[in-house]
Design a binder for this molecule. Structure first.
Ligand code: MF3
Ligand code: CO
Length: 282
């Protein structure tokens, strides 16, 4: 433990990588099934099947009573939308969030995508595509800032700065949701520390080798304020603006960072930051 944060050995991080790879496969499988006419419950089944086939178990199901394997958050839903008989329509903006446990080790990852082809005619769709890209950029900026010897606030600050920069570059004002955020991960899905999507450089817990974090920025095309629906789970924007949510689980080592839930460990995206992710099995 360091600052109350669970530290993993190299071997334990390797086990978390195996969990992350199962999850990456499950998310790839569900991505391929997203289309108009498909229900969010069907998407839940796809992820459940891949996780089961791998000998892993879902970690969302039963978490404080959560009823499904994945979260499907559509349009103004930010996170924690519950899969249902809802039929996805062309142009819907969907976030899929999932996690699993393999050999006792948790993984957690999410992506946002349009259902069908967003027409490039529509300014609304263009703004949503920009928002999804901005969310990813901020996630990768956060990953790039996660270095042993640094501070947790460096990660939060990098995410916040990236969102602001994307907004300036895109000529848009993104809301960055602050009530929810990332978290430590390991033998539980949600562990210390809370990883805020806004923060100050040099503040917060010291980052040390063996830490694993889930980083998950949430952006909106309006105000950042959210509320929870009566189902006790679904988080929506108060102003009805659409939202995007992306997430990866990462490991911090003495040699650098490794993205546990990205098949290439984050190599493609981190190259822009001159970072070569660590091969934990190497
Ligand atoms: N990735 C989500 C998060 O960290 C986990 C979903 S919570 C659950 O907030 F209850 F739906 F499992
Ligand atoms: Co998470």
């Amino acid at each position: 433990m360091a600052d109350g944060i669970q530290l993993k050995t190299r071997g334990e991080l390797q086990a978390m990588r195996a969990s992350g790879l199962v999850l990456a496969r499950a998310l790839d499988a569900v991505r391929a099934q997203i289309a108009p006419g498909v229900t969010t419950a069907q998407l839940d089944d796809v992820v459940a099947a891949v996780i089961a086939e791998a000998g892993a178990t879902p970690n969302f199901k039963g978490y404080h009573g959560y009823p499904a394997t994945i979260c499907t958050s559509v349009n103004d839903e930010v996170v924690h939308g519950i899969p249902s008989a809802r039929v996805l329509a062309d142009g819907d903006l969907l976030s899929v969030d999932a996690g699993c446990i393999l050999d006792g080790w948790h993984s957690d990852s999410a992506f946002s995508v349009h259902v069908g082809a967003p027409s490039d005619e529509s300014e609304t769709a263009a703004a949503e595509v920009d928002m999804i890209n901005a969310a990813w950029r901020s996630l990768w900026a956060g990953v790039a800032a996660a270095k042993a010897g640094g501070r947790l606030g460096d990660v939060s600050f990098a995410i916040e700065q990236s969102v602001n920069k994307s907004g300036a570059d895109d000529g848009r004002r993104y809301g960055s949701v602050s009530g929810y955020g990332g978290h430590g991960i390991g033998t539980e899905m949600h562990m210390d520390p809370f990883v805020a999507n806004q923060g100050k450089r040099g503040r917060g817990a010291k980052l040390v080798p063996g830490m694993a974090l889930a980083i998950e920025p949430m952006l909106t095309l309006g105000r950042p304020a959210t509320k929870e629906l009566d189902d006790g789970w679904t988080v929506v924007t108060r102003d009805g603006a659409r939202a995007a949510h992306v997430e990866h689980s990462i490991a911090i080592t003495s040699d650098g960072v490794s993205v546990l839930t990205a098949p290439d460990r984050g190599a493609a995206e981190l190259a822009a930051f001159d970072i070569e992710p660590v091969d934990l099995d190497g």
